[in-house]
Design a protein around this ligand. Structure first.
Ligand code: SF4
Ligand code: FE
Length: 483
């Protein structure tokens, strides 16, 4: 069963014993909870599309570990074509869900841990890579969704892990046993955690010798003993409880983030991929961040396509599709969106092979990609709100549209161009609202800013990789500067 159907994925989630908390209470059935279900549907799309022949080339590939056809989300990239197909796949899923479909963090963690464990073993003679290959092969065979977990709560940002007043602010090893380790701490902003079968943990930043116990990578099932998650609130989340489709904007799909607590979780030896090799923490972090910064050149572009489409529809509905400034603003949106995609494809095409044989993106271009993503979706959203008009925040509810007294007035005064129903106008306005300031804005905007590292993190890498000395030499040579 190397490829699960969407239905099998849903059923597999039901078998997990997840400890999920929301609004201060345990969630009895996270799969069918109305607030969480849209995010399950988004991940489900990664399974459904993989079984549709038209999408097979993007959604699946043949595993170098098992020789079987597997979902690309569980694949270790074997070429620059694989890297480019990954970005195209993410754009496709953004088109289909207009949300974060969550499964990429595991894919990016797979690829970062795969090549890093190979290099740790080369230096220290450890067995991490072999352990990890077996783990990836199992995830491929069972078609599992894996949550890649990197970001620690971090406490006082000015202090390293070992100097924090509370030593648990970074996830750490609290006990070493002959058969494994016990870990304690938390991971924050965990995308899709409550829709995942497994968690793959990595350190969050460069570590020193004093931070040895924090330099740890491992995997555990998402229902491991001692592990629980607390769901993050999103703007307008409780609209999903109202039973309407109009007011939610995107009623079928969404994303979800959790704080995941590891309250003394045991990890057996064969699931450990770094255990104190602090000098490799930075490699794992930078590779994961690089892959995830590439990812945004696909997923956010896919969501952007939907927002541009919604904006163009609003121009049509308002009767102004031919106004020159409207046409020009739509062109600007497309230009910004395709610039991000071009960066995602470029950092993939310029990728290179790692010592392990897998392929890594071009780090400089992946960081340029993500730096643009921290800005362009905000500008695209600004133009969307500009063209949609103030109704995006003042439009009445679906209940008012259907209200016995209010309905006729809404039908009369919210009318736009002839042939356009008021309900359709409201539906598109709400979709724009969802993406620019509702639950969908978590995935489209704030995640574009902070996901895979906040803007300054990319500027640090760009500064380091930009090779200013060479650029100065070029200028000197052409200007015939004599030192
Ligand atoms: Fe995938 Fe984008 Fe969500 Fe990251 S933010 S998990 S790349 S859809
Ligand atoms: Fe993300």
């Amino acid at each position: 069963m190397a490829l699960m159907t969407g239905e099998q994925y849903i059923e597999s989630l039901r078998k997990l014993n997840l400890r999920v908390y929301m609004f201060g209470k345990p969630v009895e059935n996270p799969v069918d909870d109305p607030i969480l279900r849209p995010s399950v549907n988004s991940v489900r799309m990664t399974y459904d599309l993989a079984l549709i022949p038209e999408y097979q080339e993007l959604m699946t590939t043949v595993s170098h570990l098992t020789g079987e056809r597997v979902n690309r989300f569980a694949h270790i990239h074997q070429s620059t074509t694989d890297l480019m197909n990954k970005v195209k796949m993410q754009r496709l899923l953004g088109n289909m869900t207009a949300s974060c479909f969550q499964r990429c963090v595991g894919m990016d963690a797979f690829n970062a841990v795969y090549s890093t464990t190979y290099e740790i073993d080369q230096k220290y003679g450890t067995q991490y890579h072999e352990n990890f290959r077996r783990y990836v092969a199992r995830c491929q065979e069972e078609d599992l969704t894996v949550d890649g977990a990197m970001t620690d709560p971090k406490g006082d940002r000015g202090l390293p892990p070992h100097k924090q007043p509370d030593p648990d602010m970074f996830l750490r090893i609290v006990e070493r046993r002959p058969d494994g380790i016990v870990v304690r701490g938390a991971k924050a902003h965990q995308t899709g955690m409550c829709n995942s079968h497994e968690i793959l943990v990595m350190p969050t930043q460069a570590m020193t010798a004093e931070d040895k116990d924090y330099a740890v990578s491992f995997s555990v099932p998402s229902d491991a003993e001692g592990l629980f998650m607390i769901v993050g609130r999103q703007s307008c989340d409780t609209r999903k409880l109202e039973g309407t489709t109009v007011d939610v904007g995107n009623s079928e799909f969404g994303g979800v983030e959790c704080l995941v607590v590891f309250d003394d979780v045991f990890v057996p030896n064969d699931r450990i991929y770094m255990n104190g090799e602090y000098d490799f923490a930075v490699m794992m972090v930078e590779r994961f961040a690089g892959y995830h910064r590439q990812s945004y050149g696909g997923c956010k572009v896919g969501v952007g396509d939907v927002l541009i489409g919604a904006t163009a529809l609003m121009a049509d509905y308002n009767g102004v599709p031919k106004a020159s400034h409207v046409k020009d603003k739509l062109i600007e949106m497309i230009h910004l969106n395709e610039t991000m995609f071009a960066c995602g494809i470029a950092c993939s095409a310029m990728g290179a092979q790692t010592a392990s044989g897998s392929y890594l993106i071009n780090v400089l271009l992946a960081n340029v990609c993500k730096q643009n993503v921290t800005r362009f979706p905000y500008e695209i959203a600004r133009i969307a709100e500009d063209i949609a008009g103030g109704a995006v925040v003042t439009a009445p509810s679906e209940a008012d549209l259907k209200g016995e007294f209010t309905g006729p007035y809404i039908e009369k005064y919210l009318k736009v161009a002839s042939g356009v129903s008021v309900e359709n106008r409201l539906r598109v306005l709400r979709l724009i609202e969802n993406l620019c300031m509702g639950a969908g804005s978590v995935g489209y905007l704030t995640e574009s800013l902070h996901g895979a590292g906040s803007p300054q993190a990319q500027r640090v890498v760009i500064g380091r990789q930009g090779d200013l000395p060479r650029k100065k030499e070029l200028a000197k040579a052409l200007a015939h500067v004599v030192d």
